[in-house]
Design a protein around this ligand. Structure first.
Ligand code: G6P
Length: 350
């Protein structure tokens, strides 16, 4: 097992560090994706269906498909899909995202959707059930993932979704931008020591909030999920604008808030939420651009990203420190992050 871990103490950490390579490998899918897209009929809308981390990748897909293609896009949890069955548009492309291709809820939804509309499965495991049953298939080439908490497969799913959107709207510029992601991600991974130190400061908190808007909202949800899964700390991901409708009542100096604040459309309003939670005593971990003096002065701790990353691409990079934060808190709390209690890598029951 030590040899399989390639010198890392856990599979999860190895898989986090494999992410630049996972993106690079998944980018090779572009020619297959172009072929698939050329066979598409005209779609009037897109519906994503998934569970867990794959659901968060789907949410990024919503912002992308609506923003780039202007296509109305829904995201439905696979376990809730049967309740929307009657409303499935026959002119929709129904996209199933699944690392394993075997999740029971996702397969059940796929079987319902197959009777109604064209289906596309974005899957990591070759030959899995979803790949045999969907009309179209795209592979995320992340390689095998052993850690129960998904990391590199999430990044590969996102990469596929960006490729798909770029191919559907023939956005060559976006395809080029994506080529830069692996190197940017390496730069983000080099912040690990800082994040490990941060983990030490926050590891005893009992509750965390993760906030973001637009493209950063799924990142907040995924950061909170990673924390819950492997540290057993309560982490709640929230659309920053919803804080005032309830959760603000829970904020005090015992509740750290992780704020995902890349430069762009969402920046100023999320920053004002940072000020609101600070006024109630919260310590804020800010994720933002290296040249954001206002955020860095408000935040107790700051993770700095290269300033040239466009907001649209930020989900691919901003999630990485949150994976590392959860990982290091987990280890510092004496938990084995590869084998969280009560959870399975693949859930084959409904
Ligand atoms: C389980 C795993 C998660 C995963 C989810 C969906 O809960 O622990 O990491 O996101 O299933 O799995 P899938 O294989 O369909 O992506």
């Amino acid at each position: 097992e030590m040899a399989q871990k390639g010198g890392y103490p856990h599979f999860m950490l190895k898989e986090i560090h494999e992410q630049p390579e996972a993106v690079r490998n998944t980018l090779f899918e572009v020619s297959d994706i172009k072929k698939i897209v050329s066979q598409f009929p005209e779609f009037k809308r897109v519906t994503f269906v998934a569970c867990g981390t794959s659901y968060h990748a789907s949410l990024v897909g919503k912002y992308l498909f609506e923003g780039l293609l202007g296509l109305p896009t829904d995201v439905i949890l696979a376990s809730e899909f049967e309740f929307s069955e009657k409303a499935i548009d026959p002119h929709a492309l129904v996209i199933f995202i699944s690392q394993s291709g075997e999740t029971a809820d996702t397969l059940k939804a796929l079987r319902i959707a197959n009777k109604k509309a064209k289906t596309l499965a974005i899957v990591n495991v070759l030959g899995s059930t979803a790949t045999r049953e969907a009309d179209y298939v795209i592979f995320t080439r992340a390689g095998p993932e052993i850690g129960v908490a998904a990391t590199k497969t999430y990044i590969s799913q996102l990469t596929c979704i960006y490729l798909l959107a770029a191919c559907m709207c023939q956005d060559e510029e976006l395809l080029e931008e994506l080529q830069k992601i692996p190197d940017c991600m390496k730069a983000v991974l080099s912040l690990e020591d800082e994040i490990k130190e941060m983990a030490g400061k926050y590891k005893d908190a009992q509750d965390f909030f993760f906030i973001g808007r637009g493209f950063s909202y799924p990142t907040a949800l995924e950061g909170a999920l990673k924390l819950k899964e492997i540290t057993y700390i309560h982490g709640e991901g929230y659309a920053a604008g919803e804080l005032k409708h309830g959760p603000l009542a829970l904020i005090d100096d015992d509740v750290p808030v992780v704020a995902v604040v890349p430069p762009g459309k969402s920046h100023d309003r999320t920053l004002s939420n940072v000020q609101e939670v600070k006024a109630r005593g919260a310590r804020v971990i800010g994720l933002g651009s290296e040249d954001d003096p206002v955020l860095s002065s408000e935040a107790s701790d700051m993770v700095e990203f290269p300033h040239q990353i466009p907001e649209l691409l930020s989900p691919l990079l901003y999630v990485v420190p949150l994976q590392l934060l959860a990982y290091h808190i987990s280890v510092q709390r004496g938990i084995d992050p590869d084998k969280p209690k009560n959870l399975a890598k693949c859930v084959t029951v409904e």
